[in-house]
Design a protein around this ligand. Structure first.
Ligand code: TNX
Length: 526
């Protein structure tokens, strides 16, 4: 067949050939995203991020711009690209990365997002800014693992093409850090926040007071931290957050669409307070500071007026620093508080929390009291009686079963850190359960979501924290986010194994469980 081109046509063909860069075929369906997205369609090509790529913010929306900046900052160290973040009108956006809010996508909810990727552009849409932030975490996981490095890495920076539509199953997905048994400074807490944000968690519960230490400055009761915060388990130097530092943590979390829930544990777990102020003790005698790991030996004097003045002051100051809707009042293991006194105490404290405009959360032990329907009970014990009792009072449950979701529990008998009072939690056991089938009588409509606590009796450094948290946290994140259809450890462990290089580029000290098929990133030469 003879094809005759006129000179002009030939020129056009040549121009097209030269202007089209080849796009590496890539399969979005083979990416190892955790938590697993709801819907995903692969289109077999790829988008390449270069130093010319721009991040566009639709209508230059002030709420979106910080998320654009966050993405630009995230990819800068490894790529070396100084990506510009600019406003754009929707109709004018042609290529690059665009973040936008869509009025009509109400069904995406608070945190859902839609991502569409082709050879020229990545478009991320959500109904709310939090959804964009969660979607950015997906974009992040679609880049090669070395995007996580804080040192310059070689490209290419390609992302598989296709579409993702995603939204969480549960609106409450969190982790808890005990900063009492061992204290962790602001930088450690920020690292913890960054790590949980990567897997789309939205709650950081800070266990701020316990027998071994009071870690939040209360200006009206200064000795709580001056004395009560001075030590920790093992007798080493403790520490505390000034109110300014606490606000800095809250803001850092807020910028990542994470709500901080502060916990003031009471009436038990209060030795640090009882050692700081004699009048909080029933016998008016100040207690010694405690650096051991026993539980259940301390109690506030539940029948003294000063106790409730103290609690009111603490909750008032904490409320002023905490934009989130919840105050956690602990309530666990008050073994030396008389049962009747405990009930009266919980009811009074609930009123105080509500009077300051917050919702009360407590460990499920609080179900002994008369709970308001807007309070939340956190299930943790091996027996579900307390949680079932809370459900009977129409109170919703946060699922934190100690036998499955406690990150301080050892992986196995050889684990160098952690406790084993609730058994052992290998990585498969941490993943292989669902919130709604965990306790008979507690079903989906009774549950707000999941929280994985990290108690720190044996955990001293951020490296220790990471070892206990990784890789179990990813399983908890997926249990809370992804719907349960087709959930299987065999499928999940492959995705998890592919996080190895990512963990390593992030500098995470993780537990290399023998149950996980760990895979190194394959670097394809261009
Ligand atoms: C039980 S869980 C506790 C904590 C301990 C933890 C250790 C809960 C509400 N109370 O005081 O640190 O076990 O795993």
């Amino acid at each position: 067949m003879k094809t005759i081109f006129k000179a002009g046509q030939l020129l056009i063909v040549v121009m097209i050939l030269f202007s089209c860069k080849s796009h590496t075929p890539k399969d979005l369906a083979k990416e190892n995203i955790i938590p697993k997205p709801t819907k995903l369609v692969a289109t077999g090509s790829s988008f390449e991020l270069t130093d010319k790529t721009t991040i566009y913010v639709e209508d230059d929306d002030m709420l979106i711009r910080p998320i654009g900046n966050y993405l630009a900052d995230l990819i800068k160290p490894a790529t070396g690209f100084k990506i510009e973040v600019k406003g754009v009108k929707q109709s004018e956006f042609k290529k690059g990365i665009c973040l936008g809010l869509t009025e009509n996508n109400v069904d995406l909810g608070e945190e859902g997002y839609k991502l569409s990727i082709d050879e020229n552009k990545i478009v991320l849409k959500a109904y709310q800014p939090a959804g964009l932030f969660r979607g950015v975490q997906t974009i992040r996981q679609l880049f090669p693992a070395r995007i996580e490095s804080n040192k310059l890495q070689d490209g290419p920076w390609e992302i598989a093409s296709g579409t993702i539509e995603d939204a969480p199953q549960y609106g409450f997905r969190g982790a808890m850090l005990d900063v009492c048994r061992h204290f962790f400074g602001v930088e450690d807490v920020k690292r913890f926040i960054d790590l949980i944000a990567t897997y789309k968690m939205n709650i950081l519960h800070l266990h701020l007071t316990d027998d071994q230490g009071w870690r939040i400055e209360i200006k009206s009761w200064p000795n709580l931290t001056a004395h009560g915060g001075s030590t920790q388990v093992g007798g080493g130097e403790g520490g505390f957050y000034t109110q300014e530092q606490y606000v800095e943590i809250v803001k850092y979390a807020q910028d990542r669409f994470i709500t901080v829930i502060p916990e003031i544990d009471m009436p038990g777990h209060t030795n640090a307070a009882l050692a700081s102020y004699a009048e909080l003790n029933a016998d008016n005698k100040v207690r010694e500071l405690y650096t051991g790991t026993d539980v259940g030996f301390s109690t506030l004097a539940t029948d003294k007026a000063i106790t409730y003045k103290f609690i009111d002051d603490v909750i008032r100051e904490l409320t002023a620093l905490t934009p989130g809707p919840y105050i956690h009042i602990g309530g666990d293991e008050s073994h030396v508080t008389a049962k009747d006194d405990y009930v009266v105490f919980i009811n009074k404290v609930q009123d105080i929390v509500n009077a300051h405009g917050k919702q009360m959360i407590g460990w499920a032990d609080i179900a002994a009291g008369s709970l308001k329907e807007n309070s939340l009970a956190q299930f943790w014990q091996t027996k579900p009686d307390n949680a079932l009792n809370a459900v009977k009072q129409n109170v919703k449950i946060i699922m934190s079963p100690a036998a499955k979701a406690y990150m301080d529990i050892q992986y196995d008998t050889l684990c160098p850190l952690g406790l084993h009072w609730s058994g052992y939690i290998e990585v498969d056991k941490a993943y292989n359960w669902t919130l709604e089938s965990n306790v008979k009588g507690i079903s989906k409509e009774n549950i707000v979501g999941i929280e994985a606590p990290l108690w720190t009796e044996t955990i001293e450094t951020i490296d220790d924290v990471e070892f206990m948290v990784f890789p179990r946290l990813l399983g908890y994140a997926e249990i809370g986010w992804s719907s349960n259809t087709n959930k299987s450890w065999d499928e999940y462990k492959v995705r998890l194994g592919n996080q190895k290089s990512r963990f390593e580029f992030m500098g995470i000290n993780y537990y290399k469980s023998a149950l996980v098929p760990w895979v190194d990133e394959v670097i394809i030469e261009k």
